[in-house]
Design a protein around this ligand. Structure first.
Ligand SMILES: Cc1ncc(COP(=O)(O)O)c(C=O)c1O
Length: 435
């Protein structure tokens, strides 16, 4: 095949067999060969011609419970929004927007420097102090990053070096896996939430390596279940390993005070690296690692994606400081209650009818089986008025494709009922009703 043109027979194959291809497949396999780029482009063209390209639809307003989507091909749909993780609705809370506006007025748009050079402003210090106070343990600090992804990338690669080892849950987020790879340490995976398997690995690795870090999550975003943090911490102590808990989907929401699954399971004090992302319940962007001060001070200098990158922008930083204040008060309590009530209500509408991952988390996963249904199913859901995210091979094993929905405190019962009715009608049409 020439380097510049897509082989005609391959192009024909893409056109005829587009349903066999998956978006994720390209994402994971892309080797940057020109042929592959063209193949992907051909694939997107086919989906657009057939009017079933559901990705990258532009949103017309805030990430509230309902939204207007401008699909790639110019079509417009109105949807119940279960595809954004603005769990407590803080991204559009008027006080948060006002705090962000005030910070822009005072400091300007960008931080214009690395945080360790001249990019740290008073507002960054205010956010750090607010977070330390919110999580409440003595001797702790935070290190701020511009993305949740970067927190894992930077924190793991700063803490782990060649000669060390990272043990990860097999369902770990890509940012954990990439952080471990970048660190130069050796890596292994234990079966999802399987403590016996983790212990087997710990026995072996803690003998062999001078430092072992176990990485787990509060709530797993692809499975919608809780990490077994209490047992992970117990095993880490037994074998002398360190722990990193990514609370992307649980910080501000789980636990009595919103301190996450670590608080809920009574082990906040025992965890070495607590990772939060500001993109989820905080309603912003960025993230932080919360740990003993000597560790966060070290992260500030040795996490390269922090040191060699511009600091968080003032607007988001000011907004995040306001979110912490709200989340720590009566509004936070009220919204934490409501998201749990909403998740239980929504699960109750679905559990008898379709295969839902059990539990009570606000990440609700419905299994539909073969990835060959994905394109038509996702298109159907959007057209019926429901926005979700679809997870399929290779992000999950073959024939274990699933619909992922994020419930928020701001959805009404009517919106959730409408969403559940659409899921059940899709299950009838695409044959994934519980038998
Ligand atoms: C578990 C987990 N960790 C980290 C991230 C990355 O966070 P961000 O999108 O804020 O970069 C995500 C994002 O979805 C996530 O689900």
């Amino acid at each position: 095949m020439s380097a510049n043109t897509l082989d005609a027979s391959l192009a024909k194959h893409v056109r005829e067999k587009y349903a066999d291809y998956t978006y994720d497949m390209f994402m994971m396999n892309m080797s940057a060969e020109l042929e592959e780029m063209q193949l992907f482009s051909e694939y997107v063209d086919v989906l657009n011609e057939k009017k079933i390209y559901t990705f990258e639809a532009a949103r017309g307003g805030t990430q509230g419970p309902e939204n207007d989507l401008d699909r790639f091909n110019g079509e417009k749909v109105h949807v119940v929004n279960l595809s954004s993780y603005n769990y407590l609705g803080f991204s559009y809370h008027p006080d948060v927007i006002k705090a962000a506006q005030d910070a822009v007025a005072k400091y300007g748009l960008g931080a214009s420097s690395s945080p360790v050079i001249s990019g740290t402003y008073t507002v960054h210090k205010q956010l750090e102090e607010a977070l330390v106070k919110f999580f409440g343990l003595p001797g702790r600090g935070v290190s701020l990053f511009t993305a949740g992804y970067s927190v894992n990338l930077g924190a793991i690669s700063a803490f782990i070096k060649p000669g060390h080892h990272v043990i990860m849950d097999s369902a770990s987020h890509m940012s954990i896996v990439e952080g471990a790879k970048l660190s130069g340490g050796e890596t292994s995976f234990f079966r999802h939430n399987d403590m016996a398997h983790l212990e087997e690995l710990l026995k072996e690795k803690c003998d062999e390596f001078t430092r072992v870090l176990i990485c787990v999550e509060g709530i797993y975003s692809g499975d919608g279940d809780y990490g077994n943090i209490k047992d992970v911490v117990r095993l880490a102590k037994k074998y002398g390993a360190f722990t990193l808990v990514d609370e992307a989907h649980s910080a501000l929401v789980s636990g009595k005070h919103g301190r996450g699954v670590c608080e809920q399971q009574g082990v906040l004090e025992e965890v070495d690296l607590y990772v939060m992302t500001f993109s989820k319940a905080f309603g912003g962007v960025g993230g932080a690692v919360y740990a003993k001060k000597e560790i966060t001070q070290y992260m500030n200098w040795y996490a390269k994606c922090r040191m060699f990158s511009c600091a968080l922008d003032p607007a988001v930083t000011g907004g995040m400081a306001k979110v912490i204040e709200l989340a720590g008060g009566p509004l936070g309590n009220e919204r934490r209650e409501r998201i749990k009530e909403n998740a239980t209500y929504y699960r109750g509408l679905l559990e008898d009818k379709v295969h839902v991952t059990p539990g009570d988390a606000w990440v609700v996963i419905v299994h539909f089986g073969s990835e060959s249904k994905t394109l038509a199913l996702n298109d159907y859901l959007q057209r019926e008025g429901l926005d979700t995210s679809i997870i399929q091979f290779p992000a999950v094993p073959r024939n274990e494709a699933r619909i992922r929905m994020f419930i928020t405190s701001e959805h009404t019962k009517e919106q959730l009922k409408k969403a559940a009715d659409i899921i059940v009608s899709a299950a009838q049409k695409f044959d994934f009703l519980k038998k």
